[in-house]
Design a protein around this ligand. Structure first.
Ligand SMILES: Cc1ncc(C[n+]2csc(CCOP(=O)(O)OP(=O)(O)O)c2C)c(N)n1
Length: 445
């Protein structure tokens, strides 16, 4: 269920075929029966179906496929009674269904006018940019308008190079802090993201006073719940390209980018910042990072920048257990490059058996476990709920895990535990060059 929720939030086109009991047993509430199989995954599927006749199962799978592939993409579920597989039926015809609808021209025109009229525009870039292949178009739009560019709160993909001089940073998932970060801009153009994803309660306006909000998304639902602003719903890349065709905008001064971040120093125990900085030093920009390391995410923003399209993935849902299996899936899909699964020790344990899959499939991927021996995100979040800083939180310590031993037990034999800062670089270099699945467990502060 957690994976379905994440597929829904990540807009993953996914056809789930769920096993179901034999139809003749349905009246008897049998063992291993799903009494309302189509209700179970709701509301986190676009569609679910248990066909009335066995003969209709193939058509239902095709139906689900074509729905899952349409924007906004997402999972569908077909429940298949076990006796259905033996029944002959007519073949299903391959079909082609057209792509994403375009934004309404008049609304795009109005957004273009607002952008041209703005003196200090800011772009907020979300996962939809990378998903729709709009990375280059968005960079061109930002450069043309001299806009500051922020990454949307909790963005599951990266849509703008984090070393670009106009990159201004990552918006936190909190209303007042978003308003503070965007202060000084008179127009906020959100591309491929909700406006906004919040994590904790907030008050006051959603955008800085005096600023207006425009949004371009592929999803009518997201556009509908936005509290303020004008929204265009449709294909994002097409929309940004349309904006690029307008006459050259006014001259604007170059905005200030992110302040430079100091390099992390080696220490004992090693800091997460030093670990991620070392990874950034040895990985190549085209390597793909699949991340699930909650308290390390903000540190990653400072020390492990994403530089290219389609090289960063995480979950938009917040539900742990995505990271390792997703890294295996991305490694399967991207044999052209190295995939690095970057996971916290706690997160790794939610679906550790993905290591076994990596070993069975002999995927040349590297799993980096940041082992801080605790659920740090929960501990760090506790003061938000009124706990004194450093207060003991039951059930959040995680000592005694040996990830090299666990990996070995799963068949990933190329594993190493690093606790000295001086040994990390060589260990990562070796792992990233390995032709077998490899694991580096980094003991961090
Ligand atoms: C399925 C699920 N269960 C529990 C949580 C709550 N949760 C959020 S962060 C976190 C800790 C993750 O630990 P780890 O991967 O070691 O990363 P750290 O917080 O130490 O950086 C937990 C348990 C969640 N988000 N999803």
């Amino acid at each position: 269920m957690g994976a379905i929720f994440t597929a829904w939030k990540n807009r993953t086109p996914l056809v789930i075929t769920a096993g179901q009991q034999a139809r003749s047993l349905f009246p008897f509430d049998p063992f291993l029966f799903s009494a309302q199989a189509t209700e179970l995954p709701k509301p986190y599927v676009k569609w679910s179906c248990e066909p009335a006749r066995a003969e209709d199962v193939p058509l239902a799978i095709a139906h689900g496929y074509h729905l899952a592939m349409q924007e906004p993409r997402g999972p569908v579920l077909v429940s298949i009674p076990s006796d259905d597989w033996a029944r002959p039926c007519a073949p299903v015809e391959p079909r082609r269904i057209g792509g994403a609808p375009r934004c309404e021209a008049a609304v795009l025109e109005a957004i273009g006018n607002a952008l041209d009229a703005s003196e200090r525009p800011a772009l907020v870039v979300g996962a939809g940019v990378d998903r729709s292949g709009a990375w280059d178009a968005v960079r061109a739009l930002a450069e043309r308008h001299r806009a500051r560019v922020f990454t949307a709160p909790m963005s599951a993909r990266c849509g703008f190079a984090e070393d670009h001089p106009q990159f201004a940073g990552f918006l936190p998932a909190m209303r007042e802090r978003i308003v503070a970060a965007l202060a000084g801009s008179d127009l906020v153009l959100v591309l491929g993201a909700p406006a906004f994803t919040y994590h904790v309660e907030g008050q006051g306006p959603h955008v800085p006073p005096g600023a207006s909000l425009c949004q371009i998304v592929d999803d009518a639902e997201t556009a509908a719940w936005s509290p303020v602003g004008m929204a265009a719903v449709g294909d994002l890349r097409d929309a940004v390209q349309t904006l690029l065709q307008r006459p050259a905008p006014r001259e604007r001064p170059m905005p200030a980018g992110r302040p430079a971040r100091p390099r992390a120093e080696p220490s004992s125990p090693m800091s997460v910042a030093y670990a991620l900085q070392t990874l950034a030093d040895v990985r190549r920009p085209e390597h793909v990072v699949v991340e699930e390391a909650p308290s390390a995410r903000p540190v990653m923003h400072g020390h492990l920048p994403t530089l290219r399209s389609e090289t960063f993935y995480t979950m938009a849902s917040g539900g742990l257990g995505f990271g390792l299996p997703a890294a295996v899936g991305v490694a399967l899909a991207r044999p052209d490059t190295r995939v690095i699964g970057l996971v916290g020790d706690g997160s790794a344990m939610y679906s550790i058996q993905a290591l076994w899959t990596a070993a069975q499939l002999r995927l040349p991927m590297t799993v980096v476990v940041l082992n801080n021996r605790r659920y740090a995100a929960l501990q760090e979040f506790a003061p938000t709920f009124g706990f004194a800083p450093g207060a003991k939180l039951e059930g959040t310590d995680l000592s005694g895990l040996d990830f090299v031993a666990i990996a070995r037990g799963m068949g990933v034999l190329d594993g190493v535990r690093v606790d000295a800062a001086g040994a990390l670089r060589a260990a990562l270099e070796r792992a990233l060059a390995s032709s077998a699945p490899s694991l580096v467990e980094i003991v961090v502060a």
